[in-house]
Design a protein around this ligand. Structure first.
Ligand SMILES: Cc1cc2nc3c(=O)[nH]c(=O)nc-3n(C[C@H](O)[C@H](O)[C@H](O)COP(=O)(O)O)c2cc1C
Ligand code: SF4
Ligand code: SF4
Length: 369
């Protein structure tokens, strides 16, 4: 093994006992519209692929139903799979399996559909099942049916649009689910085409669901909430676009990271880059494996509010004189007269914004109690 190879962390992980070569999972969406889509993503480096959601009847989508919604962010009003479930069971799942893909079959959205589909999907060779529903009330009976009809691991996908996602996750596990994935897209949301003065989505109400970069902070919070309720089998999904963000998901308690929007926007080759960058980054941060980094931030959540001051340090050698730190200070407490960084402590509220905005790391700070 070369010196270079040794400087990388082991990316293999496990969800509900199923081995994955990479923690990055292709989340349910257009890229997994059929077996070929999943095979492509798996070959590009995804550790597993979730099918587009199967229901009793194939979907017919409004036109248009996906639009760009800001940087690395999307709005969509896409429904479930536009293939009949029978096609998935007879052709697509077996085909993906024959090419070695770790297949997670997504099933929605009602207990009746779970009863119709779970057994056949498991018999078709799926490695795991991910249940999707519109509400907690339907998710719990779906879990019970899925556990009754299949012996493969059952994952429940949690929606950020439900009132208490953390408690719902616990109820799913108590009902028999083996793992939790969180989150689904956020919404409903609205994008208006200002040149035609109308919603961009042609869903029945003009609204759509947001995914990608903008939802990551919501996803992270929910993932941490579920992890802090002692859920150890957790797939974090939502807004991950690069390795640093995947590390956040892992540190918040996820053992794998679902990716949909960034793979749609950049192509499935993004999995190769995510794997390469994550492996190096984990090594640099001092973690040798996914297991080692999983939940690393959880013991460091404050138990109570922290009140104190910030002891600032300024490295003039790193300063680019951009003055961003000065501009963002609402209290006019900071003033750069290079090479001197002046701070009026009578005005400073120790909000921390100037440190977080500094692009070069010249301005740093430590909380002092
Ligand atoms: C166009 C589109 C279609 C989607 N379709 C499904 C679906 O059929 N079933 C499902 O469970 N999630 C679906 N999702 C949600 C994703 O699986 C994922 O939970 C969400 O997009 C957040 O991840 P991201 O920020 O990496 O995109 C879809 C997302 C997008 C953008
Ligand atoms: S933001 Fe950072 S780099 Fe820019 S002036 Fe302030 S200390 Fe210097
Ligand atoms: S910590 Fe906040 S208040 Fe103090 S100088 Fe920085 S931006 Fe201004």
């Amino acid at each position: 093994m070369s010196e270079f190879q040794k400087k990388e962390a082991d990316l293999s992980t496990r969800i509900a006992g199923v081995e994955l070569k990479s923690p990055f999972i292709l989340a349910s969406g257009p890229l997994s519209f059929n077996a070929d889509g999943m095979i492509r993503a798996f070959r590009a480096g995804a550790g597993a692929c979730v099918t587009k959601t199967l229901r009793d009847n194939a979907a017919v989508n409004p036109v248009p139903h996906i639009s760009s919604f800001g940087r690395d962010t999307l709005i969509n009003s896409e429904k479930w799979s536009d293939f009949d479930a029978s096609l998935w069971i007879e052709r697509e799942i077996p085909k993906a399996k024959s090419e070695g893909v770790v297949v997670i079959a997504s099933i929605g959205h009602t207990p009746e559909e779970a009863a119709n589909l779970v057994k056949d999907v498991a018999d078709a060779g799926a490695d795991m099942i991910e249940l999707v529903s519109y509400s907690e009330e339907t998710m719990i009976p779906m879990v019970k049916i899925a556990c009754r009809d299949a012996s493969i691991p059952i994952i429940c996908k949690i929606s950020p649009n439900w009132p208490d996602p953390g408690s719902t996750a616990v109820k799913c596990l108590e009902a028999g689910a083996h793992a939790i994935s969180a989150i689904d897209s956020v919404g409903p949301t609205l994008k208006i085409d200002i040149y035609n003065a109308r919603p961009e989505m042609n869903s029945e109400d003009g609204y759509g669901w947001m995914s990608g970069a903008a939802i990551r902070p919501i996803a992270l919070r929910i993932v941490s909430e579920i992890a802090r309720k002692n859920c150890k089998e957790l797939i974090g999904i939502g807004g991950v676009t690069r390795a640093e963000e995947a590390v956040e998901m892992l540190m918040a308690g996820a053992g794998a990271v679902g990716v949909c929007s960034i793979a749609m926007l950049k192509g499935v080759k993004v999995f190769e880059k995510l794997n390469r960058d994550l492996s190096k980054l984990l090594f640099q941060l001092g973690y040798s494996s996914i297991e080692a980094v999983k939940g690393a931030a959880l013991p460091n959540f404050p138990e109570k509010e922290i009140i104190g001051k910030i002891a600032f340090s300024f490295d003039e050698g790193l300063c680019t004189k951009c003055k961003k730190c000065e501009i963002v200070c609402a209290y006019l407490a900071r003033n750069l007269e290079f090479p001197h960084m002046n701070l009026d402590e009578t005005l400073c509220r120790y909000c921390g914004l100037c440190i977080s905005i500094c692009p070069s790391g010249a301005l740093k700070g430590k909380v002092s109690l």
